[in-house]
Design a protein around this ligand. Sequence first.
Ligand code: FAD
Length: 341
Amino acid sequence: TKLHQETDAIIIGAGPCGLFAVFELGLLGLNAHLIDILDKPGGQCAELYPEKPIYDIPAWPVITGQDLTDRLMEQIAPFSPTFHLGEMAESLVKTSEGLWRITTDVGTVIEAPVVVIAAGGGSFVPKKPTLDNIDAYEGESVFYAVRRIEAFRGKRVVIAGGGDSALDWTLNLQPVAARVTLVHHRDGFRAAPHSVARMKELAAEGAIDFVVGKLNALAGAAPQLESVSVATAKGDEVLIADRFLAFFGLTMKLGPIADFGLNLSENLIPVDTESFQTSVPGIFAIGDINVYPGKLKLILSGFHEAALMSQAAFQICRPGERLRFQYTTSSTQLQRRLKVA
Ligand code: FAD
């Protein structure tokens, strides 16, 4: 199903800088849609270090990655941004009306006069196991995430990995799938101890299988998987499987943005420091993805960049309208937008 929507700004990346951009745009009366391939907001803060303390956020002597994300979500709530999570912004084209059109990998289409690229270190993409011909099974029998639990109903599922995702999906799919087999190279995990304990209980009851071994190969007429073979201490084991889920963590890759037709410098997007606009008018880049003389890849730099970007975005979205400089402490217009007056 295609979704066609219009807004003032499309923000690619819901990391801290993309989130704060919603706030700065919102203060100026501009609304925004955010796209992120992760299934949650927060970018690196939420995905890579949710529990680590950050010490250089102004006025927060210490705050964790997840708490910073939660605070930003609270701060932008009055502006009701639309989130498209679990979607990859794949293409960018200009429409005949002069708007930017972004299409995502699931067919969402959004048009806006302004695009803000807040893509950080790039999009988070799954690390794949090195198995011959694995690409040929992807999308049909092999997956790196679960988008719909129902797609696994009645299937024989082999899950590989030893972190929280592998354990959580072993537990969540067990009641739905015909059979779940967890494969990990050792009998030790990097997951919440209570999930590990529950998995072991289910294995002891015979409700799932747990195999310690190394993935060898996939078999079956691609794209339909028939089995996964695993090298164990007792020799090779062939696990009959309709579906294979691998959870080997995520890595960051620039991804489709490389093909948006923007000037790039070592995979970063050069911008001017007055408005953080790229080489293409109407397309801005803020946060870790941009580069300019003196750039510091810090969250606080991205916050400042979001404020200046928004001023320039206003001129594009509301041509001819005058923008008055106002303080949130004293402007009733800003306070109305913030829903506090
Ligand atoms: P990111 O947080 O990288 O978010 C970008 C988002 O864009 C990602 O979620 C990605 O999935 C998404 N995305 C990219 N391309 C696409 C696409 N095509 N379609 C859909 N989604 C896409 N900074 C500090 O200031 N202080 C610290 O103490 C600090 N400590 C750190 C500790 C660690 C361990 C790490 C890894 C980083 C730390 N940083 C710190 C750096 C800080 O996390 C980054 O500067 C910040 O996350 C950048 O924010 P961002 O919004 O630009 O991008």
